[in-house]
Design a protein around this ligand. Structure first.
Ligand code: CO8
Length: 376
């Protein structure tokens, strides 16, 4: 049977970055301004003063130290607190396609193939900058790629769900080369005035090349042993932005159209769901936690990853076994587990097994079991 193999990845990291100290300083000066604006109401007890954010809390609760963003000045300006990303003319390359071109070119170069050899491009991410024309089709044109392209969204699990689709198409023989691209601009949908979540996201774009194994015999590759996906409806992570917003008669609440979550609930509900997914998936491949050399997990929260890795391996995982990139990238949604794979796959020996696993809104989770080299 034809197997699907990953032959290369690419990563675009935005040029701007914001560390916790800078982010907290901006947030706290906005808090000062708001509290003095409402000083009377606060004095009369009609309103609670807003509380400061803290670097120590962020690092302890999440493990995040810094994040890359498409534009930092607008976010750090206490009078604005959102990135400055101007609209572009229809003739210009869109922001997400531009990020995609950078990551895709790197992945294609690393794979040693040309764009015109691709059969399919999937742009898979949490937030698409427009409904149509599809960003993937724009990317296809910008790269000079062949075949066809489409966009898809399963929030943080978008990339693993796209890997599943690519794997199935390659195994079925209908496609031979697929590119999965995840341009995540999380800073555009983050409420930087929300103390509970202003620190959790960053921006990045990843690209993955999947090919039929017979095309990759002489090149380094990771065989996809299997994919497994799960979804379970939850309102605990939500974004109400959409094309129906403008139809409401009452004044829409702009803040309700940004990312919101019940972080604790997500933590409690998602960790067991993901650990069970990976363990069941391993068992279906006659593997156990002991067989796993690397867990390239979704990068939302350091403690979530520690807990999931511990359940899968049956013991505490070392940082080499479950690499962390969220300390410097924060949560880059669907790009996170792929960044971990991109930056931490070289240590694997031929025959070693690793798992890429994403999890997030929906809820959704995707597990991809990989073996370095051939299937067996
Ligand atoms: N500074 C100081 N103190 C704070 C801050 C802050 N910034 N924020 C909260 N606190 C305080 C609270 O007020 C509370 O105080 P008290 O105990 O006195 O009431 C205390 O800290 C504890 O608050 P929490 O219970 O909220 O804190 P947690 O320990 O739960 O940590 C986290 C919060 C870090 C958010 C944690 O819950 C977490 O990481 N949960 C999992 C989140 C997660 O994985 N979400 C996935 C969402 S991503 C996704 O699916 C994709 C969406 C698509 C991308 C969209 C782009 C924007």
């Amino acid at each position: 049977m034809t197997q699907a193999v990953i032959t290369a990845t690419g990563l675009f990291t935005p040029p701007d970055s914001i560390d916790n100290a800078e982010l907290v300083a901006s947030f706290n000066s906005w808090v000062d301004a708001e509290n003095s604006r409402h000083a009377d109401a606060i004095m009369k007890g009609e309103r609670d003063p807003l509380a400061y954010s803290s670097e120590a809390f962020i690092a302890k609760a999440s493990g995040i130290e810094s994040r890359y963003v498409m534009e930092a000045n607008g976010i750090l300006d206490p009078e604005r607190m959102r990135p400055r990303i101007p609209e572009r003319a229809n003739e210009a390359l869109s922001v997400q396609a531009e990020m995609g071109v950078a990551a895709a070119r790197q992945a294609l170069d690393n794979a040693g193939i040309r764009a015109d050899q691709l059969d399919l491009i999937i742009v898979a991410c949490s937030n698409l900058q427009r409904p149509y024309p599809a960003v993937s089709v724009e990317l296809q044109a910008a790269l000079g790629a062949g075949g066809y392209a489409f966009d898809m969204n399963v929030a943080c699990s978008s990339a693993t769900f796209a890997i599943d689709m690519a794997t199935n198409a390659i195994r079925a023989g209908s496609l031979e080369r697929v590119l999965v691209v995840s341009p995540e601009i999380c800073s555009a949908h983050l409420n930087f005035r929300d103390r509970d979540s202003h620190f959790i996201f960053g921006d990045a774009c990843t690209a993955i090349v999947l090919e039929a194994d017979h095309l990759a015999k002489d090149r380094e590759h990771f065989t996809v042993l299997g994919t497994r996906l799960v979804t379970r409806f939850s309102n605990a992570i939500r974004n109400n932005f959409g094309f129906l917003n403008r139809l409401a008669d009452d004044e829409p609440d702009a803040m309700d159209k940004l990312f919101v979550q019940e972080g604790r609930k997500v933590f409690k509900e998602v960790c067991p769901m993901v650990a069970a997914l990976i363990l069941d998936h391993l068992e279906s491949q006659s593997l156990t936690g002991d067989s796993v050399k690397k867990l390239w997990l979704h990068q939302a929260n350091r403690h979530m990853n520690d807990m999931i890795a511990q359940r899968v391996l049956g013991r505490e995982a070392s940082i080499a076994e479950a690499p962390i990139i969220l300390d410097r990238y924060a949560n880059t949604s669907s790009a996170g587990s792929i960044i971990a794979f991109h930056l931490h796959r070289d240590e694997l020996q031929e025959g070693d097994v690793g798992v890429v696993c994403s999890f997030g809104a929906g809820y959704s989770a995707g597990s991809v079991i990989l073996r370095k080299g051939n299937a067996c």
